[in-house]
Design a protein around this ligand. Structure first.
Ligand code: HMG
Ligand code: MG
Length: 308
């Protein structure tokens, strides 16, 4: 069986959304292009949300319209409502992600709707995006734990995922928004999703590395048959409406792990490190991820690779 995995980059969106320092559109465009140059084929570039909710991404229209699109690269954008869909369409989008959660306490703060209300609101958006021929993802945040109500029953996360697929999402992505999951819980969630009839090739995982469990969780996801994992180059990320949400799993850490484990993904570690260093420079701080600091490793010589 082919050992192939999709690495879905969220650095320009999740990575930057919580950053207080204003970043220029030109730097964001350069960052997205460095990621594409590194071989990433799915790059979530921005969000068409309220600029009041996420000021950092207020330039979504200009950014998407000005993006140099490389052939074969998908550039999904987050869309919370019909207004977001119109803006995304006008800027030339052809892939979107809607985002709800397993807990209404979170969705109320994040998008001012309960989970049920969000699914009702997303049905026409996914329907319209489908008619436009766009690729469509649905996020299930707080799939393992909610910052407001605590432990989440995996069956309720799977139920939301099933409903997202019913209303037109092509893929569901379970988010460990505040980074509390451990591998056994990932295995359990995957098994419950499969039992509920969700095909493995329509499942993705999005781990925040808040407590250092993200790569272990990827290993559990792979063992369960999931083949798409989100990551953010430089390990940036966090949701402004999820207190305690730290960075996403770093793309460079994920790529090192996949390479050394013999998984194919088409992403160059050196290329990701270049993008990660660029974004760290823009944010004015050192690159603090594990592989960002140590570099890769050449088993033939024993030397570290890709260090600046
Ligand atoms: P609301 O206040 O209920 O909506 O917010 P509203 O319709 O009353 O609008 C409020 C204001 O926003 C109005 O402007 C609207 O015009 C404007 P005002 O009259 O006050 O000047 N507005 C918009 N402007 C531009 N584009 C739009 C838009 N919609 C309304 N699309 C709303 C509801 C959903 C809009 C808001 O709560 C929102 O934008 N939320 C987004 C929050 C967000 O982006 N969170 C982070 C992403 S989720 C995440 O990070 C988790 C994830 O990574 C997975 C994981 O880790 O688990 C995906
Ligand atoms: Mg996230």
């Amino acid at each position: 069986m082919e050992r192939r995995v999709r690495v879905y980059e969220v650095g320009p969106r999740d990575g930057l959304q919580n950053e207080a320092t204003p970043i220029s559109t030109a730097d964001k465009l350069r960052y997205a292009d460095l990621l594409a140059a590194a071989g990433l084929r799915e790059i979530e570039v921005t969000s068409f949300v309220s600029p009041r909710a996420v000021p950092q991404l207020a330039d979504a229209d200009e950014l998407l319209a000005g993006l140099p699109r490389r052939p074969g690269v998908r550039y999904p954008v987050l869309v919370p409502n019909a207004r977001g869909l119109e803006r995304a369409a006008a800027a030339g989008a052809d892939a979107l992600a809607v985002f709800t959660a397993a807990s209404s306490a979170f969705t109320r703060r994040n998008i001012a709707m309960t989970v049920d209300e969000s699914l009702a609101a997303f049905a026409p958006i996914l329907g319209r995006a489908g008619r436009l021929g766009w690729w469509r993802r649905g996020y299930v945040s707080t799939a393992f734990g909610c910052p407001y109500t605590g432990r989440v029953d995996p069956r309720s996360a799977v139920d939301v995922a099933r409903r997202l697929l019913e209303i037109g999402a092509e893929e569901v992505c379970f988010g460990d928004t505040i980074g509390v999951a451990v591998p056994d819980q990932v295995s359990e969630l995957t098994a419950i999703a499969v039992d509920a009839g969700i095909p493995l090739d329509r499942i993705a995982y999005h781990f925040h590395d808040t407590r250092g469990t993200a790569l272990a969780n990827v290993a559990a996801g792979l063992a369960g048959g999931v083949r798409c994992f989100d990551a953010s180059s430089g390990g940036t990320g966090g949701c402004p409406y999820a207190p305690g949400a730290a960075g996403n799993l770093a793309t460079e850490d994920l790529v090192y792990f996949l390479d050394a484990s013999g998984w194919q993904h088409g992403v160059s570690l050196d290329g990701v490190l270049t993008a990660a260093r660029f974004v760290a420079g823009v944010l004015g701080r050192p690159l603090a991820t594990k592989v960002g600091q140590a570099g890769g490793w050449d088993p033939a010589s024993g030397a570290a690779t890709g260090r600046s």
